[in-house]
Ligand binder design. Structure first.
Ligand SMILES: Nc1ncnc2c1ncn2[C@@H]1O[C@H](COP(=O)(O)OP(=O)(O)OP(=O)(O)O)[C@@H](O)[C@H]1O
Ligand SMILES: [Mg+2]
Length: 337
């Protein structure tokens, strides 16, 4: 994989105003970059801001603060032509393909719609050939073109959703929990399809999921979100082998291990309490109210999102030598670990 950066996000915030000076801080200062051709998995509990982040990246939401830079161009500065190309290059696959596909349109019409908006084919036969090719790409066939969404299974409908997302030959796909609504037996098929398409078409993927077990198969790197913040990001393997952030450790402890001996010894970290409200998040580190290592500094200072290993980032005071020295860190981890 080349290491050419396709997308960069700097200090992105998306707050939804509620009036009287209050707001839902759905995304509250996220920075990240994505390499061309990679899959970045984003995980975190419901409401932590994954979809809002995805929608902000794709230009569906205007950020409250911060910026999105795509192919070296700031989204804010794009002229109409650039924006049109940007929208063509960024596509989305949704969790519930049934809700996102108009039930009164045939599969061919559904796939043709974005093509027509972008004036891709002048010739009708050429367009139909492209539609059939797309259906074949996603494991369906030309005979499916004249059917309606309700005539398909959940997995097949997700394939239609994927074909539609591919209709404009995009570079970048945001898949927002694309397999969460599918039967377990079908999930692997859709993951394999996405992996194959990525390879064939050189796509860059942002893959959103609830839990770590779903993103492992497909992600090159993984980012973990909590209450509007990115708390850890690393290569998939590093994240699984050596999670730094106490929240990542807790999420990972819930993932079953295939090896029965290891599974027997797996320590389950139960997070105390509920997720606080994003309207009035805790001061300092927003995870501190549920963290087993919480210390004084956590209430007063927000942790920096800093490099803790090569390309491995975490936002936790435990790993900031300005806050906790190595000796003290050992002691804290030994007591609660
Ligand atoms: N359009 C909106 N207006 C107001 N609040 C919103 C809006 N969209 C999302 N929120 C709030 O922002 C927070 C983050 O929501 P978001 O949908 O991004 O979370 P998520 O991580 O995708 O959750 P899930 O896993 O349930 O899909 C939540 O508190 C949600 O209620
Ligand atoms: Mg969501």
């Amino acid at each position: 994989m080349n290491r050419d950066i396709l997308l960069k996000v700097n200090h992105l915030k998306k707050h939804f105003p509620l009036g009287k000076g209050k707001a839902v801080k759905a995304v509250d200062g996220v920075s990240l970059h994505m390499y061309r051709g990679e899959t970045l998995g984003i995980v975190g509990e419901s409401g932590c801001g994954k979809s809002t982040l995805g929608r902000s990246l794709i230009g569906l939401y205007q950020p409250t603060e911060g910026e999105v830079i795509y192919g070296g161009r700031n989204l804010k500065d794009m002229n109409e032509k650039e924006r049109f190309a940007f929208h063509r290059n960024m596509q989305m696959v949704f969790q519930d393909p049934y809700a996102s596909l108009n039930p009164r349109s045939t599969v061919a019409e559904l796939i043709a719609e974005p093509m027509d908006v972008h004036g891709m084919y002048k010739n009708k036969q050429e367009k139909m050939r492209a539609i059939v090719r797309l259906l074949e790409d996603v494991g369906l066939n030309g005979e499916h073109a004249n059917r309606y969404p309700h005539e398909f299974s959940g997995g097949q409908r997700q394939r239609i959703g994927i074909a539609r997302a591919l209709a404009l030959n995009p570079e970048f796909i945001i898949a927002d929990e694309p397999i969460s609504a599918l039967d377990v037996s079908v999930q692997a098929q859709v993951i394999n399809l996405l992996k194959r398409l990525q390879k064939e078409k050189g796509l860059t993927f942002l893959f959103i999921a609830h839990d770590l077990s779903m993103v492992k198969q497909i992600s090159d790197r993984i980012g973990v979100m909590y209450l509007g913040h990115m708390v850890e990001m690393a290569d998939s393997r590093a994240l699984y082998e050596r999670p730094f952030h106490p929240y990542t450790q807790a999420l990972l402890s819930a993932v079953p291990i295939p090896d029965p001996d290891k599974e027997e010894q797996r320590e389950r970290i139960i997070l105390k309490g509920e997720i606080p409200s994003p309207i009035d998040p805790p001061s300092g580190c927003t995870f501190r109210t549920r963290c087993r290592y919480s210390m004084e500094a956590c209430a007063t200072m927000a942790p920096r999102f800093q490099e803790v290993g090569q390309g491995h980032y975490a936002a936790c005071h435990l790993y900031d030598s300005d806050v906790v020295d190595a000796g003290k860190r050992q002691k804290i981890l030994a007591v609660k670990g």
